[in-house]
Design a protein around this ligand. Structure first.
Ligand SMILES: *Cc1c(COP(=O)(O)O)cnc(C)c1O
Length: 233
């Protein structure tokens, strides 16, 4: 239902404003991404109608299909890749996405850099950090993030804009806080290194259950799926 999605989005936007104000932050510095995995095209369109400007995609193929379908709506929407990216899909990803949040290995970085160069463009990327050091998750270890940032900084067709994390799952969102803090501290460390060609202004962290904690810890992009579209089937 269109009204339902719009209502959820309005509620989240309001929560973001209230939490930002309490944390002494400007709500304009916090972008809301709608995460659309398993969501029907009609519902994605409803989210765009309700003012969503960033779509988060987990799968390259799914994004390709959706983009052809939704682009004719003419809305100024950005497409962000947030899922694990296979190196052999780098070329397609460069063609489809405005930003890649899941950069987590040198091999993938060089491939994206190479493909971006061939297409004469600069790809905005975030380094995914595995703040919980979980073996089941992608992302570089926090101990290796600075070293990896230095490598990415040297790639001319990549523009490093910040960091992304998916913390371990807890039923109490408060328990995710140390992982968000960890990401913010890494951002400070990498900023302090003053790497050429590196911005580091973005912190992509916080999902449906923990985005308000993430905002308190400095999130600039929150990635919300269920909170907008309801439980996934
Ligand atoms: C699915 C997903 C989200 C959104 O999760 P919700 O709990 O539905 O808000 C955010 N980030 C990534 C990387 C995801 O895969």
């Amino acid at each position: 239902m269109a009204a339902e999605i719009r209502f959820s989005i309005d509620k989240i936007v309001n929560n973001i404003m209230v939490t930002a104000a309490k944390a002494g932050r400007d709500a304009k510095d916090i972008k809301l991404m709608a995460v659309t995995k398993t969501v029907t095209d009609a519902r994605v369109r409803e989210a765009l109608d309700a003012g969503i400007m960033i779509l988060g995609e987990n799968y390259v193929q799914e994004a390709a299909r959706k983009k052809t379908l939704l682009e004719p709506t003419g809305r100024p929407v950005e497409w962000h890749m947030i899922g694990h990216l296979q190196t052999r899909k780098a070329a397609l990803a460069v063609r489809l996405f405005d930003m890649i949040h899941s950069l987590d290995r040198v091999e993938l970085a060089s491939e994206i850099n190479k493909r971006a160069k061939a297409m004469n463009r600069v790809m905005r990327v975030l380094i995914e950090v595995n703040t919980g050091d979980e073996t089941t998750k992608g992302g570089v270890s926090p101990l290796r993030a600075l070293e990896f940032a230095k490598i990415v900084a040297q790639m001319e067709n990549l523009s490093l804009q910040g960091l992304m994390t998916i913390p371990p799952w807890f039923d109490d969102p408060e328990k995710a806080r140390p992982y968000f803090e960890c990401l913010r501290e890494l951002q400070e460390t990498i900023k302090a290194a003053e790497l050429p060609n590196v911005q580091m202004q973005e912190l992509s962290m916080g999902m449906t259950d923990d985005y308000l904690v993430a905002i308190e810890e400095g999130a600039t992009i929150v990635r919300i799926g269920r909170g907008i579209f309801g439980e996934r089937l």
